[in-house]
Design a protein around this ligand. Structure first.
Ligand code: ZN
Length: 270
């Protein structure tokens, strides 16, 4: 009952925010820091602004390594995260409690044991620009978020990448399969994504570059995060070269970024 009431009140607060005014300063931040915003139609822009208001109010943001938290960081990060939720009747990253932001790449201790019995434990540290934790946090390097979002056509975007990992984790283990609509979707998903994953690994072994970033060859979870970045940032080429993959992601995200307004026009006008 308590859970039902909490959910009811939460939904009511969220619905109230639909009529709340989106602050002018936030709109300036959104236009400057989330270039993909310009490519959405007006209906989607309104939905995105509503989702950002919910996200910023419900999630905790924390500046790390001396970085001071500000609306610029909150709105930019929420803007990228909420882009993946548009048109979808889903909760706002229910696993996510906290967004941690460092000024730049951050060191993460690595402690990996090999699969063999009595295998060697590798210890050390990795320099990362983003990380998603199943325990309820994402960690981002602010300079990398800005760099990635300043070019909305290069196919890479660290914020979108980490939010895709969160969606993947909602489906259980981070294995490249988020929660899908029905059981038929799972077999189609497995068929298309594993074929494309094998294809990317083969291309990588042969030294061939594709529209998908080679980092996607790491494992199926990274593959899903990488193809999500490409789907939003380089949709036309992805649709052309990987039509089945594009269609599968289009069905999942309920969006067709290849039909968005062209960001190129905006840049060539000036
Ligand atoms: Zn990743």
């Amino acid at each position: 009952m308590g859970g039902f009431l909490t959910g009811f009140l939460k939904n009511r607060k969220r619905e109230r925010l639909r009529s709340a005014r989106f602050p002018d300063e936030w709109l300036c931040i959104l236009k400057a820091r989330v270039p993909l915003f310009h490519r959405l139609n007006e209906v989607d822009q309104v939905e995105l602004m509503w989702r950002i208001q919910v996200f910023v109010r419900e999630k905790q943001f924390e500046g790390c390594g001396g970085l001071e938290m500000s609306d610029e960081l909150r709105v930019t990060i929420a803007g990228h995260g909420c882009l993946l939720l548009l048109h979808r009747d889903v909760d706002f990253y229910p696993l996510l409690y906290s967004v941690l932001v460092y000024p730049s790449a951050f060191l993460v201790p690595v402690n990996q044991q090999s699969d063999e019995i009595g295998g060697v434990v590798h210890e050390g540290s990795d320099l990362l620009c983003g990380e998603a934790w199943p325990t309820g946090a994402i960690v981002l390097a602010w300079d990398e978020v800005c760099r990635a979002s300043s070019d909305d056509h290069d196919g890479t975007n660290v914020a979108i990448h980490e939010f895709a990992h969160l969606l993947d984790m909602e489906g259980g283990a981070a294995d490249g399969t988020p929660i899908l609509g029905n059981s038929d979707d799972y077999s189609r998903w497995a068929e298309v994504l594993s074929a494309e994953y094998r294809h990317l690994r083969r291309a990588n072994r042969r030294g061939r570059r594709t529209v998908l970033d080679q980092y996607g060859t790491e494992d199926p979870a990274e593959f899903f995060a990488v193809v999500t970045e490409t789907f939003f940032e380089n949709p036309i080429e992805m649709k052309l070269r990987h039509p089945s993959l594009y269609q599968t992601l289009m069905a999942f995200y309920r969006q067709d970024p290849s039909r968005w307004r062209s960001g190129v026009d905006r840049r060539t006008i000036s």
